[in-house]
Design a protein around this ligand. Sequence first.
Ligand code: NAD
Ligand code: TYD
Length: 334
Amino acid sequence: MKILVTGGAGFIGSNFIHYLFKKHSDYEIINLDSLTYCGNLENLKTIEDNPNYEFIKGDICDSGLVDQVVKDVDAIVHFAAESHVDRSILNATPFVRTNVLGTTNLLDAAQKHKKRFHYISTDEVFGSLGSQGYFKENSHYDPHSPYSASKAAGDHLVRAYFHTHRLPITITNCSNNYGPYQFPEKLIPLFVTNLLEKKKVPLYGEGLNVRDWLYVEDHCQAIDLVLHQGKIGETYCVGGNEEKTNLEITHKILEILGLGTEMIERVPDRKGHDQRYAIDASKIKKELGWEPEHKFEEALLKTVKWYQNNEEWWQRIKNKEYLNYYQKQYQEKK
Ligand code: NAD
Ligand code: TYD
């Protein structure tokens, strides 16, 4: 099978490519990635000489290129996106460009060449939960940030191509991922790498917002299952069933690194900060037999160790561009 992975130089995409080669060593993989600030070919160093792997530097908004690449593959697994909520608050335009127009471009090519299409989406399209309840496949759409609104537009377009053109699609909406190769602007890698540098960690507001944490390898396994066994036209919610407040996560990381709470710096809350995300993953469990294999405590420990052992990887990133836009603005305001 020949698979086009878009955004394969990013966090989840690169983990997925490693996963695919481990699981299906005979597969051919093309990685189409424009290498934005968070695309990093170092994530794929160990497989770059694999004859079954090809990297193409290119933009999913480039319709000529996308058409050419899509023509020769059996399936598309679409990860490429602008993915960081804080950046979308400062400038929504790149989010609309890549997440909406880029996705439409891929759908057009998939439709023209009649290819299998899997779209990686997020639980954030469903908005925010109170203290009760879970997101499910039939939860109503209520995206709150420009990021989640652009991802929701992607979900709707993907389904529209199924209904209108009978394009063989599936969608997964997953919760917050963590693990190796995550760009250190997201909560866990930012906090771990800051602490390894003996810098404080910027906790938004009271730190009581809840996310449902999913180890990236468990997510990759779910995508692989849906790609091969998912029912065409269907959506599957994928979550780790590991709800934690940001404060709990911060305390756990501090404990692993033997540091105290004086390393926490309370900073103003994110604008429109969603309170809680939590997924009911019973559909993918029941229909496809998926189960997350990693428990949060041990997978967090493994993740922290990975950042400890791969300091060169994140130092290079942080030296190039360390402060995320939101923090930078906050510090400029101070
Ligand atoms: P990431 O930001 O680490 O990587 C995104 C990749 O897409 C990068 O390699 C980047 O260079 C590439 N890219 C961006 N714009 C592009 C364009 N126009 N053309 C080609 N390539 C482009 O993101 P991630 O965390 O790996 O997320 C992957 C997907 O999973 C995204 O669609 C995201 O919305 C979704 N998702 C992520 C999470 C999470 O916790 N990280 C949770 C739910 C859903
Ligand atoms: P993030 O990793 O950006 O993922 P998302 O917003 O897509 O869920 O943030 C996870 C949680 O951590 C979210 O509630 C915001 C919070 N957070 C902080 O408290 N400080 C930070 O510096 C960052 C990046 C996030």
